[in-house]
Design a protein around this ligand. Sequence first.
Ligand code: GTP
Ligand code: MG
Length: 309
Amino acid sequence: MAISWYPGHMHKANKEMAALINDIDVVIEVLDARMPQASSNPLLQSMRHGKPCLRILNKADLANPHITRDWLDHFNREPLSFAASSAKDKRIETADVLFLCQKLMRKANAGKPAPVVSPTDNPDVAALRAWKQEHKKHQILIVGIPNVGKSSILNQLIGKKIARTGNEPAITKGQQRVRLNDHWYLVDTPGVLWPKLEDQAAAYRLALSGAIRNTAMEFTDVALFSAQMLLEQFPQRLRERYDMETLPPTGEQFMQALARKRGCVRKDGDVDWHKVAELLIHDYRAGRFGPMSLERPPVAQPTPAPNAD
Ligand SMILES: Nc1nc2c(ncn2[C@@H]2O[C@H](COP(=O)(O)OP(=O)(O)OP(=O)(O)O)[C@@H](O)[C@H]2O)c(=O)[nH]1
Ligand SMILES: [Mg+2]
């Protein structure tokens, strides 16, 4: 079954973000460190209107730290973009976020022409304008897919639990603007996806991560996809987690073997597919296979030598 989840509240949230973007200084896009590609919203690039962007690769405790480092390098190579990671046990610091946001704003303003001061300008008015510019309140918009940890990051940056968080998608229902200090405001937003999830393999990874509401996906399909992927890419982790010396060759056979091993069987002896699917998916979400990155960044192209063909 194809995965698609774009309810009305996401359409509304996307429209509200687009309406606010002109008043925003920096966008923080929160990505899932295990799958930065699948969790990156393609609509955001056009919606950003060239605003600088800080990517926070969150849930880094669940990802392979070496691969997360490669992703950070990848995003740091983009124009007007910085990236940092954050994890349950090693949260990103407010001072670091503000430092990166200020740096991004300076970069963004560097290309802009200086305001023209007319010789007839009243010096008081000019001074007031300069003062206002200097003391302007800056706004950071926090965006990202559902359940990726946006509100947790907002709470961390503010230093208290202001935004509701929870381990299911669509906890945040509307925009919330919060004062961080005299100069900065943060705007938390509801998690959004986009109307058509073209890359269905990526959509299945999102479903596995917990970004798609349970009622919008078939648990068994997601588990079969995941079992096949884990068999191909992480067989040793499966062997260790489920204490299986040899692994069946296909995802379906693996799920059947796991069901029998863990008692996910109906009274009539048939496999309880929903129960065993839940077992595998919850084990992944809880990080019980150990830190695991499902995507790698594209290989960086070497910068050509000045006189290269
Ligand atoms: N392992 C781990 N879990 C995290 C991390 N950050 C947040 N979480 C958990 O992820 C779940 C979702 O967090 P939220 O902050 O509510 O996510 P959100 O992006 O605001 O979600 P929506 O508002 O529903 O879009 C919660 O159970 C958090 O405890 C992290 O760095 N590591
Ligand atoms: Mg939230």
